[in-house]
Design a protein around this ligand. Structure first.
Ligand code: FUB
Length: 446
C-alpha cells in the first residue's frame, strides 16, 4: 500500500468523512512529475498550467521539454489535458531542454502563455482557447538579457486600467510594461530593488486595491514569501512567509487564485518522488492549499502542504461522462495523448487503483459503463466505495479486443452505490501483467 494512501485511510479510520479524507491526499497530481503551477480561473474552472519534469531527470539539473494543463471545478479531482505547448513551438530555439516556469493570462478572448527557456530569454505563445493550440506570434524571445541567465519565471498581470505588467527573474527581479497586444513591451526593462528573502518565481496580482508579489523565497530550501505595495511598480514591502522554508521540500514556486469564495496557494514538493526513493532527483509535483487573508490584507502563514487544508468544493456527478484521466489520486498510473488530441488513462498494472473523491451517487447507481480497450484476457475493473478495501459494488470484466486501442463500451451491474463516497477503481488481471487496459471515459446510470 502506498504511503499517502495509508494516510488517507487512517483519516477515514479516525472518523473523517471519506471525501474529506481523500481531499487531504497530496500532491494534487501524481501521474506525471509536474512543477511551477500557474493557475488561471476562467469560465468557473481552474486551468492549472504546469511545467513537466521528465521521469528520468537526475539529481541536479532539470529535464523539461513541455508545458501541461490540468483542470478542476472542485480543487481535489483534476482532469489531465496533457501537454498544450512545448519547446518545439519556439522555432528560434534549437534545444530540447529548458521549458521552465510559464504563466497563461487571458485578454480579450485570447490566451497568452509566457514561457521562459532557460538561458534563452522569455517567449510568448498565443491561443484562441485555454486548451490551445498555442502558437508563437513573434518568432523571437519577448525579452532576453543575454549578459546573464536571470530571465526566468514570468508573471503577468493586467491592472484595472488595462496596463499589463510582466515581472520575472532569479536572483534579480525585473519588470516591463506590456503593450495592449500582450506580445511586445514599451519602455526599458526595469531592474527592481531587492525584496528581502526573494529568490525566484514571482507571482504578481492585485486584491482589494493592494498589489501582491509572492515568490519562492531564498534557496535552499525554498519557502513562499510575499511583499505588498499600493502601486504596481512598488515600492514593495516584504511581509513574511506564506509558507516557511522547510527541508520537506527543496524547491517551491507560488501560484495564487481566488476561486468559489476561497483563496488558494499552489506550489510544489518532492513528495511523489519520495514514495519511490529517498534520493534526490529533480522530479517534483504540484501542490495546493487553502490560504486566508487577514483584515489588513496580509496573508496568514500556511503549514507545509501535507499539513494544510484542501477541501473538495463540490461533489462529482457520476451520471455524466467522466474522463478516465480525472482523479484525486492515481499514483502509478499514466496518461497519454493520442494523435487525435484525446487523453487516455494508461499504464494500468495489476492491483493499481484510481480514486475519484467525493462522488454523489444520490439514491443509487444501477449500472457502470466504461469506454475501455484491452488485448488481454482476464482483466477487470473492481468498483469499490471509500477505499480499495471498501465495499465492492460492481465488477466490470473487460472483454478483450484486437489491440490496446480497440475501445468498446462495456457495462456491468452496480449494487448499493448510494449517497456520497470516494470511488475507487481497482484494476485486476493476470498476476504481474502490466498495461492491463486503457480507459477513455466512464459513466454510471440510475
Ligand atoms: O522549474 C524550473 C525552475 O525551477 C523554475 O523556473 C524555478 O522557479 C524553479 O521552480
Amino acid at each position: 500500500m502506498k504511503r499517502l494512501q495509508l494516510i488517507a485511510l487512517s483519516l477515514i479510520a479516525a472518523g473523517a468523512s471519506t471525501a474529506a479524507a481523500f481531499g487531504q491526499t497530496r500532491p494534487i497530481i501524481q501521474t506525471k512529475y509536474t512543477a511551477d503551477p500557474a493557475p488561471m480561473v476562467y469560465n468557473d474552472t481552474v486551468f492549472l498550467y504546469t511545467t513537466h519534469d521528465e521521469n528520468d531527470a537526475q539529481s541536479y539539473g532539470f529535464k523539461m521539454k513541455d508545458w501541461l494543463l490540468y483542470t478542476s471545478t472542485d480543487m481535489v479531482n483534476w482532469t489531465d489535458h496533457g501537454a498544450v505547448a512545448s519547446l518545439k513551438d519556439f522555432k528560434w530555439y534549437p534545444g530540447d531542454n529548458g521549458a521552465w516556469a510559464e504563466q497563461v493570462v487571458e485578454r480579450n478572448g485570447k490566451f497568452y502563455m509566457y514561457c521562459p527557456i532557460h538561458g534563452h530569454g522569455i517567449g510568448v505563445l498565443v491561443a484562441d482557447s485555454p486548451y490551445g493550440p498555442f502558437k508563437d506570434p513573434i518568432g523571437k524571445p519577448l525579452v532576453w538579457q543575454r549578459e546573464h541567465w536571470d530571465d526566468i519565471d514570468p508573471s503577468v498581470f493586467i491592472d484595472d486600467d488595462g496596463q499589463a505588467y510582466m515581472y520575472w527573474g532569479n536572483p534579480n527581479l525585473y519588470c516591463v510594461k506590456l503593450n495592449d497586444d500582450m506580445i511586445s513591451y514599451s519602455g526599458e526593462i526595469m531592474k527592481m530593488p531587492r525584496i528581502e528573502d526573494y529568490q525566484e518565481g514571482p507571482w504578481f496580482y492585485k486584491r482589494n486595491n493592494r498589489y501582491y508579489l509572492a515568490f519562492a523565497s531564498t534557496c535552499c530550501p525554498e519557502g513562499i514569501g510575499y511583499a505588498m505595495s499600493l502601486s504596481p511598480l512598488g515600492p514593495w514591502e516584504y511581509k513574511g512567509h506564506i509558507m516557511n522554508h522547510t527541508p520537506r521540500t527543496r524547491g517551491n514556486h507560488p501560484g495564487i487564485i481566488d476561486y468559489k469564495g476561497k483563496s488558494y496557494v499552489f506550489g510544489l514538493s518532492y513528495d511523489v518522488l519520495r514514495i519511490d526513493t529517498p534520493d534526490h532527483h529533480e522530479r517534483r509535483n504540484v501542490e495546493a492549499a487553502e490560504m486566508t487573508y487577514n483584515a489588513d490584507g496580509t496573508i496568514k502563514e500556511t503549514p507545509y502542504w501535507r499539513d494544510a487544508t484542501l477541501n473538495q468544493l463540490e461533489w462529482l456527478d457520476p451520471y455524466r461522462r467522466v474522463e478516465g484521466e480525472t482523479m484525486a489520486w492515481g499514483y502509478g498510473l499514466t496518461t497519454e495523448k493520442a494523435a487525435d488530441g484525446n487523453i487516455y488513462l494508461t499504464g494500468i498494472d495489476n492491483g493499481e487503483t484510481l480514486t475519484v473523491a467525493g462522488v454523489n451517487f444520490g439514491k443509487g447507481a444501477k449500472k457502470f459503463t466504461a469506454y475501455v480497450a484491452t488485448d488481454k484476457t482476464g482483466c477487470a475493473i473492481e468498483i469499490h466505495l471509500d477505499s480499495a478495501d471498501g465495499p465492492l459494488v460492481g465488477t466490470l470484466d473487460v472483454a478483450p479486443g484486437t489491440n490496446m486501442s480497440d475501445y468498446t463500451l462495456q457495462s456491468c451491474k452496480v449494487k448499493e452505490a448510494k449517497g456520497i463516497h470516494d470511488l475507487v477503481f481497482k484494476f485486476t488481471g493476470p498476476a504481474d501483467k502490466k498495461d492491463l487496459m486503457n480507459i477513455d471515459y466512464w459513466q454510471f446510470s440510475k
